[in-house]
Write a new protein. Structure first.
Length: 114
């Protein structure tokens, strides 16, 4: 389950963003995850909850915004929503497509409070 290593990376990034000896706690980490990223969001939430104990993220919540997949057809230049791999262009039925969006995962904000 690669979601555990992703959760560990999120935890590490958030911990490094807090100045040492700070009295602030991280209360939320907001992510944008592409629907083609192969990240299982429920598994990521579970893994994050399992490893955040006794850290500055102990009470933090992961907030996930899903980003739609998008592709452009290499045959007819049609841009379309791509919800899974091996999908043909709805305009010309070509399978020669280039994915332009939907494979990313980004931490967009870390919310802290005293």
């Amino acid at each position: 389950m690669h979601e555990l290593s992703i959760a560990q990376s999120i935890l590490s990034i958030a911990e490094k963003s807090v100045p040492q000896n700070s009295k602030e706690k991280v209360v939320a980490v907001s992510l944008k995850i592409g629907e083609l990223s192969s990240i299982e969001t429920e598994a990521l939430l579970f893994a994050f909850d399992a490893i955040k104990s006794n850290t500055i993220l102990e009470t933090a919540e992961l907030k996930i915004e899903m980003l739609p997949g998008e592709a452009v057809c290499n045959s007819c230049n049609n841009v379309f929503h791509l919800s899974s791999y091996a999908t043909s262009c709805p305009n010309c039925n070509s399978y020669s497509v280039s994915i332009t969006k939907g494979k990313e995962m980004k931490i967009v904000s870390i919310t802290m409070e005293y």
